[in-house]
Design a protein around this ligand. Structure first.
Ligand code: NDP
Ligand code: 2IT
Length: 443
């Protein structure tokens, strides 16, 4: 079957999973011609196999709230593809979580992880649990119940979850504590652990740092640097924090940042005290931006996205489909030169199509946000040899990995010396690697 037929079939079969279909369509648009030109891929039916997860585990997560009432959520783990290594990818705790969202995330994770150069398969999981407004003991009881239901499907060489939206060091701690109690093993079955109990240095910063390292490499290709560049960031979470921290350190100016409740404008750029306070707010489970605006006297615009602020670089770091056609047209009108994704699939399909025709240089999340999972892979290595590397060593490896991902995208996505299709480059490089491995391993 040719790629087009497979695509049409998939669109019909999964109309009820729009995010998953969107991620597949974006991927197919770059690789269909390669699939059709390779008889051996068609023989092994790699494309049809690539879009079906190995397994989706769905389970009930009962827990008791502080008022003594029994609550129920639905938990999931999508083990998508383990051809290159153990399933690997984060857990998301957010009320919007459903099968379509987790399938799109797990699908993209397969290709992202292959770009890291590390031996990692792809997966994703989570629950429709909302950590907002929950007490620490409620989050603990929920996380423990989640692990009770899924632990036997995980393993340091089988499936290794980590954090994502709503899951940070605290939740990983509660999940890991329960896993350890059940198995009596202290092993690298989760990443994003605390530094004193098996975590890696730089993992909290890794996604944001990695995105900035990727951006630096894009700029260098155009004989430019990040110094004094004006950056606008969306999202007020872990990834955004890492982006702001590294951008500030390298002399760029983060002049606007948004949270779920609106955005602030900081014309002189966010400074160290602001970055430290961001962390304080987050550790209090308060990822809204209004208290931040109030504390420092920033102009706060409620319920709006930040793209109306003219700048050089846009870095969406909140969630999928946060940038639509209107937003991308605003970026074009405001003369942005780069859009580097920290979040997974933050641009709608229509926004991506406009971007591709524009002069904005665009880095897709599966390449530019791969630093988080890359350092997760390095955490697994440290756990396996029972050692903890110094921050400089991890940071240096992260920088090299991001440079290599960038250069791989250029190699496979070069249109002219000036114009690189990074999305096509990332898709093609990762597709070929996984398709070849699937052929070599047999059906
Ligand atoms: P956090 O939970 O730390 O922060 C996410 C932020 O985005 C919160 O402020 C959250 O607010 C907001 N957000 C979430 N959903 C929505 C929504 N539907 N509309 C508006 N705002 C929203 O998550 P991370 O920083 O870890 O993740 C951010 C993005 O980066 C996600 O796309 C994630 O998949 C991706 N990513 C994360 C990595 C990691 O290692 N953590 C690695 C690579 C990518 P609220 O809860 O109120 O909605
Ligand atoms: O989307 C992602 O790459 C993550 N949430 C991080 C996954 C991981 O295993 O570190």
């Amino acid at each position: 079957m040719k790629a087009n037929e497979i695509i049409t079939k998939l669109q019909i079969k999964y109309t009820h999973e729009p995010e998953f279909v969107q991620a597949c369509m974006e991927f197919f648009s770059s690789i269909a011609h390669i699939y059709d030109a390779h008889e051996e891929y068609q023989q092994a039916n790699v494309l049809e196999r690539m879009v079906v997860p190995d397994r989706i585990i769905t389970f009930q997560v009962p827990w008791i709230n502080d008022a003594g009432k029994v609550q129920v959520n639905t938990g999931y783990r999508v083990q998508f593809n383990n051809v290159l290594g153990p399933y690997k990818g984060g857990l998301r705790f957010h009320p919007s979580v459903n099968v379509s969202i987790l399938k799109f995330l797990a699908f993209e994770q397969v290709f992202k992880n292959s770009l890291t150069t590390l031996p990692l398969g792809g997966g994703k999981g989570g629950a429709d649990f909302d950590p907002k407004g929950k007490s620490k003991t409620e989050i603990m009881r929920f996380s423990q119940s989640f692990m009770l239901r899924i632990w036997s499907d995980l393993g340091q060489n089988i499936d290794v979850p980590a954090g994502d939206i709503g899951v940070g060091k605290q939740e990983i701690g509660f999940l890991y504590g329960m896993y350890k109690r059940l198995t009596r093993e202290h092993v690298g079955v989760l990443t994003g652990k605390g530094i004193d109990w098996g975590g890696s240095r730089i993992r909290p910063e890794a996604t944001g740092y990695g995105a900035i390292y990727f951006l630096e490499r894009m700029l260098a290709l155009q004989k430019d640097t990040i110094t004094q560049k004006r950056i606008v960031v969306s999202g007020f979470g872990n990834v955004a924090w890492g982006v702001v921290k590294k951008a500030h350190e390298l002399g760029a100016l983060v002049i606007a940042i948004s949270g779920p409740d609106g955005f602030i404008h900081a014309p002189n750029g966010l400074q160290q005290e602001h970055i430290d306070f961001m962390l304080e707010l987050r550790s209090g489970n308060l990822d809204i931006i209004k208290p931040f605006a109030d504390k420092f006297g920033f102009v706060f615009t409620p319920d709006k996205k930040p793209w109306s602020i003219p700048a050089d670089i846009a870095m969406p770091c909140a969630t999928q489909n946060e940038i639509n056609e209107y937003d991308v047209n605003q970026l074009i009108e405001n003369n942005y030169s780069y859009l580097v994704e920290g979040a997974n699939m933050p641009c709608t399909q229509a926004a991506q199509e406009i971007l591709k025709k524009s002069s904005i240089r665009y880095a897709p999340g599966k390449a530019s946000n791969a630093g988080g999972v890359a350092v997760s892979g390095l955490e697994m290595t440290q756990n396996a040899v029972r050692y903890t590397w110094a921050a400089e060593g991890v940071d240096d490896k992260l920088r090299r990995i991001m440079a290599e991902i960038h250069d791989t995208c250029v190699l496979h996505g070069k249109i002219s010396p000036q114009k690189i299709d990074y999305a096509a480059g990332a898709n093609i490089a990762s597709f070929v690697k996984i398709a070849n491995a699937m052929c070599e391993l047999g059906v």
